[in-house]
Design a protein around this ligand. Structure first.
Ligand code: C2O
Ligand code: CU
Length: 473
């Protein structure tokens, strides 16, 4: 195995009884955490090698690593995490995609007081659904996530797929200067008003990766997580046929991606099964083709010249998560209009109950609105209130000329349609990527009490006003 794989495995952190693969992942640190059953996550400034070994970059990270430790737990088990804040500013941790009690959701001022510098907070919640999740701060997330504060959270099911290996890829995107330091222009006006902070250096598990060793014949379950603040990925696994088996952690009917590209907007996860059907000794690229004219090689798979392994033919289907099915005939219906950004016709927006024109909005660095409201902080009135237990359909209309990955906290929703066309798989998601001027319909049962964020996961759009609260009461 290459150093890269060693690096990756050392970061693995296994909790609970542990699955078949756990023995591969155990490290001393992981064992001690499993023994006490409380995970310690310390956020601090540190240095890590992002670009190449021996060229450190100052980052903000959990437990001195980017990504932070991979937390693994069994479905139904309780996760306890003590977060220590050694940053010079306040923070929180949000458990993206987990259906947890509102008080554990990690949204500053809305669900908890921010964790002050030098203080700590203990999160404790059960993880009801198996799947691929992740954690990251929700305080000034455009900068805190952008500087490296994020990590994978894997909820294991009681049964496993018949695969040779499971590999998590946390995709990160950085804007680095020539000396490998992070460009300090977080919240730059151009990024906030356009596609967000798209960087110049993409990392896989915190390192620019050249090649990943594989064996002919093996079947690998990849857990892909997009932790970038703005970059959308469209991965082309050249000469291979990726099978999508889960989206945002939730099982979906196994299918090949449209146009052969595995697309992940910020915040999104895709689980992919890949059969390595190539010949021993060959190499194949994984190319990110999302942005036309800016394609690049993410890495390559290098088949070992050794013996091939016997191909697997077991089921490719993950067990479905058990989620309440929304009743579309009785559902309450709401429209959610996204607007703003460069070249939009947005003339004004409501800010803290006051209507402001474009000039006043620019002074406040607000450029985006949901239903006419540009949100300044995490304290604001709900834009929609749903009755506890009620089914609802949200029609989300993107009036802007930019794509937006819209994320709802505390629930999973079915994606019913895009531009009026029913979706083929009615997938469960927690983040839906809307193309420019696209409309989608989502449906869910509002079964989780509390105030939940609904926001764009392009974190520069989020800070630029594109967020709101959905109240379940
Ligand atoms: Cu991944 Cu509100 O966030
Ligand atoms: Cu957006």
């Amino acid at each position: 195995m290459t150093t890269q794989f060693v690096r990756m495995n050392r970061r693995q952190l296994v909790l609970g009884a542990g699955g078949l693969l756990s023995s591969l992942y155990f490290s001393n640190r992981a064992l001690s955490a499993a023994g006490s059953r409380v995970v310690e996550l310390t956020a601090s400034e540190t240095k890590v090698d992002l670009v190449r070994p021996g060229t450190p970059t100052n980052v903000w990270a959990f437990n001195n690593a980017v990504p932070g430790p991979e937390i693994r737990i069994r479905r139904g088990e309780r996760l306890r995490v003590r977060v220590k804040n050694e940053l010079r500013e306040e923070t929180t941790v949000h458990w993206h995609g987990i259906r947890l009690p509102n008080s554990m959701d990690g949204v500053p001022h809305l669900t908890q007081q921010p964790i002050k510098s030098g203080e700590e907070f203990e999160y404790s919640f059960a993880c009801p659904d198996a799947g691929t999740y992740w954690y990251h701060p929700h305080q000034r997330s455009f900068e805190q996530v952008g500087r490296g504060l994020y990590g994978p959270l894997i909820v294991e099911d009681h049964e496993r797929l018949d695969v040779d290996r499971e590999i998590t890829w946390v995709l990160g995107d950085w804007r680095l200067l020539n000396d490998a330091s992070i460009s300090n222009d977080f919240g730059h006006l151009h990024d906030v008003t356009h596609a967000g902070r798209i960087g110049n250096t993409v990392t896989v598990n915190g390192l620019v990766t050249d090649s990943v060793p594989v064996r002919a014949g093996e079947r690998i379950h990849f857990r892909l997580i997009n932790a970038a603040t703005a970059r959308i990925f469209g991965l082309d696994f050249e000469n291979h046929s990726p099978l999508i088996i889960a989206l945002d952690g939730h099982a979906v009917e196994p299918h090949s991606p449209e146009n052969k590209l595995v697309v992940l907007g910020p915040g999104m996860r895709v689980d992919v099964l890949l059969d390595f059907s190539g010949e021993a000794g060959t190499k194949y690229r994984v190319v990110d083709r999302y942005y036309r004219g800016r394609e690049y090689r993410l890495l390559e798979f290098a088949y070992s010249s050794g013996q091939s392994v016997k191909p697997r033919s077991g089921s490719t289907r993950l067990a479905s998560t058990i989620l309440p099915e929304p009743d579309l005939t009785l559902a309450s219906r709401h429209e959610i209009v996204l607007d703003g950004g460069m070249m939009s016709g947005m003339q004004s927006a409501i800010v803290d109950d006051e209507e402001l024109d474009v000039r006043a909005l620019i002074r406040k660095r607000l450029f985006w609105a949901i239903n006419g409201v540009a949100a300044t902080s995490h304290v604001h009135k709900p834009m929609v209130t749903l009755k506890h237990g009620q089914s609802c359909v949200l029609k989300i209309i993107n009036k802007s000329g930019w794509p937006h990955p819209m994320h709802l906290h505390g629930h999973a929703f079915r994606l019913l349609s895009r531009n009026g066309q029913p979706t083929k798989y009615r997938e469960w998601l927690d983040t839906v990527l809307l193309a420019a001027r696209e409309q989608v319909e989502i449906a869910f049962v509002a079964d989780n009490l509390g105030d939940w964020m609904f926001h764009c996961h392009v974190l520069e759009h989020d800070v630029g006003g594109m967020k709101g609260v959905i109240r379940v009461a």
